[in-house]
Design a protein around this ligand. Sequence first.
Ligand SMILES: Cc1ncc(COP(=O)(O)O)c(C=O)c1O
Length: 391
Amino acid sequence: MKLARRVLELAESATLAVSAKAARLKSEGIDVISFGAGEPDFDTPELIKASGICAIKEGQTRYPKPASGLIEAKQAVCQKLARENSLKYTPDQVIITTGGKMAVYLAVNALIDPGDEVLIPKPYWVSYPEIVKLAGGEPVFVMGAEENSYKLSAVELAAAVSDRTRMVLLNSPSNPSGVTYTPDEIRSLAEVLSRRDLMVVSDEIYDRLLYDGHETLSYAAAGDRAFSQTVTINSASKTYAMTGWRIAYVAGPTEVIKAMAKLQSQTTSGAATFTQVAMATALTADQAPVEAMRTEFERRGRHMHERLTAMKGVRCAKPTGAFYCFPNVAGAYRKLGVSGSAAFADRLLTEANVAVVPGVAFGMDDHVRLSFAASMQQIDAGLDRIEAFLR
Ligand SMILES: Cc1ncc(COP(=O)(O)O)c(C=O)c1O
C-alpha cells in the first residue's frame, strides 16, 4: 500500500509512544511508575461535568452552530480573557476548537504557505514542528542560554528572525521545561517582533498553572501592535482537567479567526456542542477547583525539583508553571553507555520501571521530561528508583 509522503515523514508523538510502552509493561504485571503523563491526574470538577451532562439531557447534541463555536462559549472566552489577561476581544474574534492541538493546527494552516519559516524556541512542544511541516512550512529552531532556563533574550530573538520568518510560536509556561517568561521578558520580545511583518502564535494553555508567586503576561497584552499580531491559544484541557473533552479556544484578529473557521468548517465541523457548554461553565463559574489543583501541583513540583537537583550529575531549571521538570541527565550517559535521551529513557523504563519522556522529542537530547501530574507517593517512589538507577 502506498501511503502519502506527508504522513510517512511525520514523526510519531514520542509522549504517546512512551505511554504505550509503559502500558504494555503494566499489562504484563510490572509495577511501572509513570512520569510520562501530559495531563492532570485530577478528575474534571463536578460542576463542569454536571453542566456537560445537563447539556446532553437538554438536547444540545446536534452539530455546533456555527462551526466556529456557540455564542455562549465565545462570550465565556471573552470574559476569561478580559478578566484574567486584560484582553478585550469580541465573539467574532474567537473560535472554539476540538482541543489546543487542533487550534495550533488551524492557526498554522491559516497563516503558513509552503516555504514560509516558522521560528520555534527550543525546547518546544512535540507537535509544533510536525504541524508546521504538514503545512509545508519550515521550522527554524532557536534556543536561549541554559543559565536563563533556555528563555530567549530580545537579542537572541532578533538575531533569529529572518526575512522569511512568517510566524513565531511561543509557549509560556512551557511544555516541557515548566519555565515561564516574566511580564518584562514578554514585553522585550514584543518590542523586537512588533517591528516585523509576522504573526505570533502564543500558546498559553498552562497560564493558570503558575507557581511561587510567578507572574506572566499574555503576549497579546504587551501593546497594541502585539494585540494585532497575535493569535492566542488556550484550552480547557490542563486548567480544568478536561483533556478527554477535547475543547479549547483561540482569540485573534477577525481575519485570521475567519480563515481558521473556514478550515474548521471543512474538517471537524467544530467542537462537540455539549463540551462547549461545559467549557463555558468552566470559564465563568467559581474558579476554586483550579486553585486547589494549582496548589497541589506547586507542592509536587517544588518537591520533584528539589530531589532531582540533589541527584549527582543532574541539572534542572525550576518549573515556574505547567507540571513538568526537564532535567539535563547527560552527565549519566557515559556511565550508562547510552548516546541519547531515547536510549536513557528506554533503559530507565526497562531496568528501573520508571517512564519519562526523552528530551529529543522536544528538541533537546540531553534532557528527559518528568510530569508531576502524579501523587506525592508516586513521585517519591519514582525518584527513589531514578536515584538508585543513576548511582
Ligand atoms: C504546550 C501545549 N500546547 C497544546 C497542547 C494541546 O492540548 P489539548 O489539545 O489537549 O488542548 C498541549 C498538550 O499537551 C501542550 O502541552
